[in-house]
Design a protein around this ligand. Structure first.
Ligand code: NAD
Ligand code: TYD
Length: 360
């Protein structure tokens, strides 16, 4: 893939998480990025260095560097800027799970708002008004736009209307990012993406949770009536969209990225039952019988649907992986990566990180 990049040193936050780790792999393996990548991650429960272990083995010390830093700690963030002098920041780090934000919003406020503020401040200080060939790209979500009825789409111009502590914290950080553009001229871009799926997603989110529960023959909990709709995008296509915005997007602009692929949760879970059955030899109905309707999530947004014409027309974005292919790949990944799965499920992955990585 040929997307020219002028950036020499990219600070990626949250690079041990689901999308951040896929993005780092995308940089090295899909677009042959030749500069340096600094992965800044505090390794919360969602951060797993095993997600980028292959990258660390191949590029560690030359092109790839890891810094265990909490973005809520301004001094530590500032020191990373001082050491590496990045000319580009791509900010994935966040508390990302809506259900957790309902049970405990505090970390969402600190990481998503204060953490973003610290990164903006450090960028402003180190770039010091010299904004040519610099970029602060903020990764956001379509959830900031609220909930749709049966028709309509989210556009970049749709007014923000967040409903969960998670989406409210992301909306707040988006506003801060744009405020730094308008107030200080910081060269920012934002992308608001729909639901991602693919390898390395922590199994608290719908798709990996369902796959692993099927493997364990456990109930498949579907919230409410199962008719809530999400627009699903394969994670590598999100990475492509982000890379296009970083390199071709106009400063001060927001770009929606979506799958144009709406599914009710219940249809999606039924589809997963068919795919998993095709691979394990059990019947589709065996898995469907595990579906259990459970109490709805409070404030559960009914429908998300992204209009992504802007990034398609202006930056040449197109989805490359269709949903059947993407789900097949994802199911295969979870069925074959049994060690990753068992370490994540048992919590062993935290010890694995200590012994295999941080003490090396
Ligand atoms: P994730 O939860 O899998 O990973 C988040 C990463 O951030 C983890 O590695 C974690 O250790 C790190 N992190 C958390 N708090 C930190 C802190 N204080 N300091 C440093 N690192 C910290 O999340 P994800 O699904 O990969 O999402 C990445 C980004 O994409 C988020 O900003 C999220 O809002 C956004 N997004 C996600 C989706 C989706 O479907 N997953 C969709 C649209 C947008
Ligand atoms: P999720 O993966 O948590 O993403 P988000 O809330 O950010 O969209 O959930 C996707 C959809 O699946 C959402 O409508 C909630 C629903 N859901 C369930 O029905 N059961 C579950 O166990 C989970 C985790 C989610």
């Amino acid at each position: 893939m040929n997307i020219n990049s002028q950036y020499q040193c990219i600070l990626v936050t949250g690079g041990a998480g689901f999308i951040g780790s896929n993005f780092i792999r995308f940089l090295f393996e899909k677009v042959n990025y030749k500069g340096k990548v600094i992965n800044v991650d505090s390794l919360t429960y969602a951060g797993n260095l095993e997600n980028v272990a292959d990258i660390a083995d191949e590029y560690g010390g030359s092109q790839y560097f890891f810094e265990k830093v909490d973005i809520c700690n301004y001094q530590a963030v500032d020191a990373v800027f001082g050491n590496y002098r990045p000319d580009c920041v791509i900010h994935f780090a966040a508390e990302s799970h809506v259900d957790r934000s309902i049970h405990g919003p505090k970390d969402f406020i600190y990481t998503n708002i204060v953490g973003t503020f610290n990164l903006l401040e450090a960028s402003r200080r180190w770039w010091d008004g010299d904004y040519d060939a610099r970029r602060f790209h903020h990764i956001s979500t379509d959830e900031v736009y609220g909930s749709l009825g049966e028709t309509g789409y989210f556009y970049e111009t749709t007014p923000y209307d967040p409903r969960s502590p998670y989406s409210a914290s992301k909306a707040s950080s988006d506003h801060l990012v744009m405020a730094y553009y308008h107030t200080y001229g910081l060269p920012v871009t934002i992308s608001n993406c729909s639901n991602n799926y693919g390898p390395y997603q922590f199994p608290e989110k719908l798709i990996p949770l369902m796959i692993l529960n099927m493997v364990d023959e456990k109930p498949l909990p579907v919230y409410g009536d199962g008719k809530n709709i999400r627009d699903w995008l394969f994670v590598e296509d999100h990475c492509l969209g982000v890379w296009l915005v970083v390199n071709r997007g106009k400063v001060g602009q927001t770009y929606n990225i979506g799958g144009e692929n709406e599914w009710t949760n219940i249809d999606l879970v039924n589809r997963l039952c068919e795919i998993v059955a095709g691979k394990t030899g059990k019947s589709r109905d065996f898995y469907k019988k595990l579906i259990t309707f459970v109490k709805d999530r409070p404030g559960h947004d009914r429908r998300y649907a992204i209009n992504c014409d802007k990034i398609k027309k202006e930056l040449g974005f197109a989805q490359t992986v269709d949903f059947t292919q993407g789900l097949e790949k994802t199911v295969d990944w979870y069925l074959h990566n049994t060690e990753w799965v068992s370490r994540v499920k048992s919590g062993e992955y935290r010890k694995w990180i200590e012994t295999n990585y941080l003490q090396r």
